[in-house]
Every structure is written in structure tokens, then in C-alpha cells.
Ligand binder design. Structure first.
Ligand code: MG
Length: 264
């Protein structure tokens, strides 16, 4: 069982804000470079250098053995796509880019990590209307989930809010992956599913002030079913239909949710 971490000291929160802003900026810059003819490898090299140049560490590189700085998931790829030199972006593609940034800092003389984690899906060149709508609706489901990141509410409230937006237009919801708490070793409890029937089988968790939560809906144009490719990382939709992914890291404050992964 993973721990739940609570962050209330202004110093810790300040580091989370810094990590979040770096994660938001490098994500924005990587998305701006997602042009026709660019490889997902090019995007990864850019992001890794950018993060290192800003005194931070790419969270994903080496995490559970993941080889790169970005997850780049194109079209029917849902999450955890591995950047590759021969994966060249084409007009009409959509690409989901996920990036984590770790800032190391000393708190009370002890070195610890502060992670900002965020993702978004962007179109490459002229893209079909249904893909653009999928992206917009995935973003809307993230926003609905973030609104529920309030002390005293429950993780199931986040799941319900995301699911409500997704079900409205009959999108497939990925059940095997979801959001998560953020602690010094990146992923931690609680798991944050994007569907509410999860809680028929597993206990709910009350949201507390000081939690840092990564909220990350994945919506599919077809069914929610997924499978993993032989690279042991890339998750794709079983029906090969498009998938979109949005994520923010959110601090639960006494005043409500504060999105940490924002552009300054
Ligand atoms: Mg995440």
C-alpha cells in the first residue's frame, strides 16, 4: 500500500509551484514543436535538454525503466508511447504529450523531490472535426475533475465528474489507468480512476488539504478497451480508434483546487 503525502509548508508548496510551472512550460514548448515532419524523438530531445537547462530532472526517464523524457502517444495510442526517430508526425495526426519535471530541494536538511506532471493532446496540421472535439471534451472532463479537488470531498467525486463529461458523448473511458497522488517518489496513493464503478470494488478516499493530485482522464472515440504493445509500454485502443489525454497536477488548498502545472 502506498503512502499518502500531505504538503502544507509554504516552502514545500513553493517548490511544487516551481516544478509545476516548469512542467507546464516544457509541455507547451513541446506541443508548439509538434509539426508535420517532426519525429517524436526530436520532441523528446528538445524536452530533455530544456528540463536539464532549467536545473531540473526529467521525471519519467528511468522511472520503472521508461527510456525517455516524454510519453508521446499518437492517434490510437492512449498513453506511455515511447518517442522514436522513425515516428514522424503526419498531417491529421493527434499527439498526446505527457511530461514530468522533478525539482530536487533540501527541506530541513533532507533532500527531497517535487514533481510537476502534466499532459495534453494537440492536433498536427489539419485534423478531423471529430478529433478536435475529442480533444476539447477530454480537456473539459479534466476541468470537471479538477473542480472536485476540494478538501472534504472524495476521490469518487472526481471520478464521477470526469465520467459524466465522458459519457455525455459516449466516449470510451480507459479504466486501467488514471490519476494519482504525487509524493517524493512521484506516483503515490490515492489512485484516481476516471470512472465511478471502481468504488464498488475498492475503498474511497477522502480528499484532504495538502494533497497533490494528478488528474488525468483518457477518452477514446470508440470503446474504452486497451492493450499494451510488445515494447511493454505503449498502450493503444483495442479498436484502433483515436484517444486523447489531458493532465494537470493540482494542490488541494483551504481555498480549493490550485492547478500547479500552469503557464506563468
Ligand atoms: Mg500522471
Amino acid at each position: 500500500m502506498q503512502n499518502i503525502f500531505i504538503y502544507k509548508s509554504p516552502e514545500e508548496i513553493d517548490y511544487f509551484r516551481k516544478a509545476g510551472r516548469l512542467a507546464a512550460k516544457v509541455l507547451d514548448e513541446a506541443c508548439k514543436r509538434a509539426f508535420v515532419g517532426v519525429s517524436t524523438w526530436d520532441l523528446d530531445v528538445f524536452a530533455e535538454n530544456w528540463i536539464l537547462d532549467h536545473g531540473a530532472i526529467p521525471t519519467f526517464k528511468g522511472y520503472l525503466g521508461f527510456p525517455c523524457t516524454l510519453c508521446t502517444s499518437v492517434n490510437h495510442e492512449v498513453v506511455h508511447g515511447i518517442p522514436h526517430k522513425n515516428r514522424i508526425l503526419q498531417a491529421g495526426d493527434i499527439i498526446s504529450i505527457d511530461v514530468g519535471v522533478t525539482l530536487k530541494a533540501k527541506i530541513d536538511g533532507k533532500e527531497t523531490n517535487f514533481v510537476g506532471d502534466n499532459a495534453k493532446t494537440v492536433p498536427v496540421g489539419a485534423t478531423a472535426d471529430k478529433a478536435i472535439k475529442l480533444i476539447a471534451d477530454t480537456k473539459a472532463s479534466l476541468e470537471a475533475g479538477i473542480e472536485q479537488c476540494v478538501a472534504g470531498k472524495y476521490i469518487s467525486d472526481i471520478a464521477k465528474a470526469i465520467e459524466k463529461v465522458a459519457r455525455k458523448d459516449n466516449y470510451g473511458l480507459v479504466e486501467e489507468f488514471g490519476g494519482h497522488g504525487i509524493g517524493p517518489n512521484y506516483h503515490t496513493a490515492p489512485f484516481i480512476p476516471n470512472f465511478s464503478s471502481y468504488f464498488k470494488m475498492y475503498p474511497d478516499c477522502k480528499i484532504e488539504e495538502g494533497m497533490v493530485l494528478a488528474i488525468e482522464p483518457m477518452l477514446n472515440l470508440g470503446l474504452g478497451a486497451i492493450r499494451k504493445l510488445k515494447d511493454n509500454w505503449t498502450i493503444i485502443t483495442k479498436d484502433n480508434k483515436l484517444s486523447a489525454h489531458y493532465e494537470h497536477s493540482v494542490l488541494v488548498t483551504a481555498e480549493g483546487p490550485e492547478i500547479l502545472t500552469v503557464l506563468e
